[in-house]
Design a protein around this ligand. Structure first.
Ligand SMILES: [Cu+2]
Length: 319
């Protein structure tokens, strides 16, 4: 009986494994929903890695299974296997392929990080300080803050900055985020509102200025695919655009002490109208709280924002 050439079988297997891996890379559903402008970039990279990993897994495990059957010891066979040792071309081949894969993934990941705004978090080319160097007599402009209250002096230079679309612009909304054992506090410097969870309008370019009062915490929203450390003494930032209305978890992802696991909050992405009414409501609540401060109140009657307000003031993280 005539045999099908092994090279032909290998070719067919290669085509099938490639198609299967490409399909798995797009349909693995390992990641939660995408809710930020940055999420598709991260997922594109992740999907490529899943595709490559699937192909490698199938090739390696498939070969083991085929060889287990093909080269099993037959009944009565007491001979040794053929003594095969060393194969330079094969070794060069299986060293070169991972090298190319790792270099390719490395370059791709730097590209994704850069498009997310990770390489120039301060937007270095566009800050007024730099303009001041170039244009004599414009030094005053550098000291003036813009509407967002962000000046080159208080704009953190570490973290994730403006994405490709937002380059050179200041954020629509700035929120000061303070991590502490074991909670996140969100302060809106423009409106004086303080909250235990983050509220943002959908589609807005949001900048979080992160700080920590004690140890290193890490602010992570899985649905945004974004994560940034909050470091004591070193301000960091995280800029993002939420793309889907909804409520998503905020998780501390840096082991920060005994109750690290309970250091959770949530980010509520509103429509712009809903966001405005949330802000108005909380502004009124904050004013009422200031009036009531001298009178003893039952904490059960207070909203989170009201309850936290005096503590925030005491710690000096409020406005
Ligand atoms: Cu923490």
């Amino acid at each position: 009986m005539q045999q099908i050439p092994v090279s032909l079988l290998t070719l067919v297997a290669g085509v099938l494994i490639t198609l299967f891996s490409l399909w798995v890379g797009q349909h693995h559903s390992l990641l939660p929903m995408q809710a930020s402008e940055q999420a598709p970039l991260v997922d594109g990279f992740f999907n490529v890695m899943v595709t490559i990993a699937t192909a490698l897994f199938v090739v390696v495990e498939g070969t083991i299974l085929i060889f287990l059957v093909m080269f099993r010891r037959r009944k009565g066979d007491e001979t040794d296997g053929p003594p095969i040792e060393g194969n330079l071309p094969l070794e060069v081949f299986w060293t070169a392929i991972p090298t190319i894969i790792v270099l390719g993934l490395g370059i791709y990941s730097v590209d994704v990080y850069s498009r997310m705004g990770g390489l120039e978090p301060g937007g270095h080319n566009h800050t007024p300080v730099h303009v001041a160097h170039q244009m004599p007599g414009s030094a005053i402009a550098a000291t003036l803050s813009d509407a967002s209250g962000i000046t080159p002096a208080n704009d953190p230079n570490i973290g994730i900055g403006a994405g490709a679309k937002e380059q050179g612009k200041t954020a629509d909304l700035v929120v000061d985020v303070t991590g502490m054992q074991f909670a996140w506090i969100f302060n809106y410097p423009d409106s004086g509102v303080t909250a235990g969870e983050l509220h943002v309008p959908v589609g807005a370019d949001v900048q979080l200025n992160l700080a920590s009062t004690d140890v290193i915490h890490s602010f992570w929203v899985p649905q945004f695919r974004l994560k940034q450390d909050a470091i004591p003494g070193i301000p960091t930032k995280l800029r993002f655009v939420a793309t889907k209305v909804g409520t998503y978890p905020v998780v501390c992802t840096e082991l920060c002490g005994g109750y690290h696991g309970s250091m959770r909050s949530q980010v509520v992405v509103h429509t712009p109208e809903e966001y405005e009414s949330w802000l108005t409501e909380n502004r009124i609540a904050q004013q009422q709280q200031e009036l009531k401060q001298a009178v003893a109140v039952n904490p059960a009657d207070l909203s989170v924002s009201e309850f936290l307000a005096p503590y925030v003031q005491k710690m000096g993280i409020g406005k």
